[in-house]
Design a protein around this ligand. Sequence first.
Ligand code: A2P
Length: 332
Amino acid sequence: MAYTIGIVGATGAVGQELITLLESRSFPVKELRLLASARSAGKTMAFKGKEISIQETRPEAFDGLDIVFFSAGASISRDLAPEAVRRGCVVIDNSSAFRTDANVPLVVPEVNAHVLREHKGLIANPNCSTAIALMGLNPLHKAFGLKRFFAATYQAVSGSGVKGMVELEKQIRAWVNGETATPEVYAHPIAFNLFPHVDVFLEDGYTKEEHKMANESRKIMGLGNLAISTTCVRVPVMRAHSIAINAEFERPVDLAKARKAIEDADGVDLVDDPASNRYPTPQACTGVNNCAVGRLRVDSALENGLSFFVAGDQILKGAALNAIQIAEALPR
Ligand code: A2P
């Protein structure tokens, strides 16, 4: 069976990657409809050697589509995803609009593909740092029973879309030319800098991104009471996120068993040979489907604790790849 597919936000960083993945993974596509803002209407993008004309995202554009990927931000998803569902589409939404809605499955297929059986037309794709962190955390949870974790993220500018990547490049070019570029996307220069500020600050002092990591991890892992504290940091990396995690488990940890759990897990590679300078780096993960886990060690401050470092491509496992894997795992 082949599907009629729509992509809302086709011109964006994630949208473009979705098009590439549909082609490279030979997803059975009968028709591909590319949707974006009115600004892009009439421009074309290539798919399987053919140019497809971009259409403005209007409700009628969803008619006749089987699956629609939304990747144009939360407000567009909030406005139009329910409309696409009403018109008979299955929506896989990359935004944060519906992720904590009890009626909407939030899915990392390697962790909780089984919840797809209960979908009602709308499925949420998780926050990028959450998806990548869980690729390391979940195999260890299965081995030892996760009790709580602390994390600090190192998040690439691709998480802010094309404009984040353009901003980093512009500032580096300006620096090379002895000029300064005024920050436009972020509150501070991102080139040669970093800041503990991803998304908006909330009343409790955490950011919305930090809340997303906590709430979404609990929902995806089915651990409603899991204690989580994270600090999300934007760094001058183009497109892969990294996360340093300290996790505490119910049962005593064993390093050999932990390494085996990562090695045996789907979608993740153990990259852990510090003596040869082998550990996960965002550059090595760029353009790679699997996430990488390394620096695995017994945590010196937690009881039954493990420390480790995960990295993964933000646009792939953090967004487009996970969304396509959801489509591939849909009950037929
Ligand atoms: P467009 O290129 O026409 O502005 P990114 O965050 O990676 O830059 O991507 C944002 C995506 O969301 C782009 O494809 C962009 O299309 C799309 N987009 C922005 N505003 C709208 C809108 N009002 N309706 C539909 N798509 C939109």
